[in-house]
Ligand binder design. Structure first.
Ligand code: FES
Length: 481
């Protein structure tokens, strides 16, 4: 049977192979896990490191700088000539981290831009989430005429998913996505609306093998099973594959999983990673008295405070850091405009060793949050949206993109074209605010050309601006200036 062979590489990763193409998406296979030895793929995918097919990719698509997607140890060990494809985000932070890790061939793809993968018509595009608050993206790949939407943990809107269908000219053959809680209901709605041929839920959240974090595993129990989603669902373990032809598919199981039981897995898995976890601790010793941690901490926040007046205005709170270790202390940071000087609304409890990793630039604040090697307490009324945004991005360009997104002008217009005709139209849909720059297509209808908002399929005449199939305010339509 012809058609691409799609293999699970565990966690949120897959490999696509045809006779003329080898693409890896979000491989996370390094033995040391991610986020300071906190996260590990679940179930264990380490047997794949011995599979040559993991290492012979021509293209590696990495959706985000999250360390369970951007496996720096793996990426920096790939042979020269392997091209690493990343989505274009508002800041260069993702590319910079890859460059610093020694990744040489980086190809940035703008949203919806088609990147040819060979000279046989196979292509890939990136679909970033609409809000720049999180830098996550899906990849849409078409190979041998079969379409794969690798969503990983990106939360695409319905309109984006419908536009992906328009791009490939029909239903998607495979959607691979995170269907774990708390996303399961939204994923179910999406799948019901777009009716892909096949759905591949990723294996579920990571697990915590460090005994100091084992309590977090209690949340990792929901595994999406066939029958739970309204489409044919492939339950794939790392190494399992499916050959997808235009009208048929064939699942090939990895014999590695014969006799596997989740109930017996975690303890043995934790023992097998004890060495790697011990190495993470050894690589991050307590900085010791006189290390200058407090001074570096202060400098760090002086820099953060300068990044975005817009964020500071919205944070306006005192944040306490309760830092344990020989050189630690209790340090309050005033994040506000004007200076807030209040009782702390957020308190972060953290060991000096992990804080040091952030201050030295080894990891980002978001990595530390995700590692759970930091305790967070807050007052009941505290709103941490902008505080976490500031810490998570710590980058002026990324913060400015969020500010611009927050301040979207409801009267903005955008130019869209069809063939050689262009129209300047209302940018945000009058129904429910969909960004028509991305979430709309121009189509022929009996009434003439229409602009179809893909969020809820409302059609607007490109002659009059009137909504033709629902009760809705019109859009403005003009010839571009
Ligand atoms: S947002 Fe509902 S149709 Fe546009």
């Amino acid at each position: 049977m012809l058609g691409p062979l799609i293999s699970s590489t565990g966690h949120a990763g897959l490999r696509l192979q045809t006779q003329n193409l080898r693409v890896l998406c979000d491989p996370w296979v390094s033995p040391g896990g991610a986020y300071l030895g906190a996260w590990f793929p679940f179930p264990d995918n380490s047997h794949l490191r011995a599979v040559p097919g993991l290492w012979d990719a021509e293209w590696v698509a990495v959706s985000s700088a999250h360390l369970d997607h951007m496996d720096l140890a793996f990426l920096s060990a790939l042979s020269d000539g392997v091209r690493v494809v990343i989505p274009e985000y508002p800041s260069s932070a993702f590319r910079d981290r890859l460059c610093a890790a020694g990744v040489k061939e980086i190809v940035e793809v703008a949203a919806w831009e088609r990147l040819p993968l060979n000279d046989r018509g196979d292509w890939l595009t990136a679909i970033p989430e609409q809000s720049p608050a999180d830098h996550r993206a899906a990849f849409l790949i078409v190979a041998d005429g079969v379409s794969v939407l690798h969503c990983n943990d990106a939360q695409l809107s319905l309109s984006q998913t419908r536009r992906a269908m328009v791009e490939v000219g029909g239903p998607l053959d495979l959607i691979a996505l995170d269907a774990s809680e708390p996303r399961f209901r939204a994923v179910k709605r999406l799948v019901r609306s777009v009716k892909p041929r096949l759905v591949m839920p990723y294996a579920g959240p990571a697990c915590f093998l460090d005994p100091t974090l084992a309590q977090h595993n209690q949340h990792n129990q929901h595994i999406c099973e066939p029958g739970e989603l309204p489409a044919e669902t492939l339950r794939m373990f790392p190494g399992d594959s499916v050959r997808i032809a235009p009208t048929t598919h064939d699942v090939i199981r990895d014999p590695h999983w014969e006799g596997f039981a989740y109930s017996k897995h975690l303890d043995a898995y934790a023992s097998s990673r004890a060495q790697e976890i011990a190495e993470v601790w050894a690589a991050h010793p307590d900085p010791g008295a006189g290390s200058g941690l407090a001074a570096r901490f202060k400098e760090h926040f002086v820099r953060l405070r300068r990044l975005s007046p817009y964020f500071l205005e919205r944070i306006t709170m005192t944040v306490r850091f309760d830092v344990s270790g020989a050189d630690g202390g209790v340090w309050d940071v005033d994040l506000g405009t004007p200076h807030s000087q209040q009782a702390p609304q957020y308190t972060f409890g953290v060991e000096s060793r992990w804080l040091d990793a952030v201050l030295s630039g080894e990891i980002q604040w978001e990595d530390l949050f995700l590692s759970r090697r930091l305790l967070i307490e807050h007052t009941p009324d505290a709103d941490g949206t902008y505080l976490f945004g500031l810490l998570k991005h710590a980058d002026a360009e990324a913060l400015r993109a969020i500010e611009d997104y927050d301040k979207r002008d409801p009267n903005a217009t955008v130019t869209l074209s069809s063939g050689d005709r262009a129209f300047e139209v209302t940018r945000y849909c009058p129904h429910s605010g969909e960004d028509l720059a991305e979430g709309a297509v121009i189509d022929e209808a009996p009434e003439g050309l229409v602009l179809r908002c893909l969020a809820h399929n409302f059609d607007f005449s490109l002659t009059t601006g009137l909504c033709l199939n629902a009760r809705c305010e019109p859009i403005s339509v003009a010839a571009p200036a």
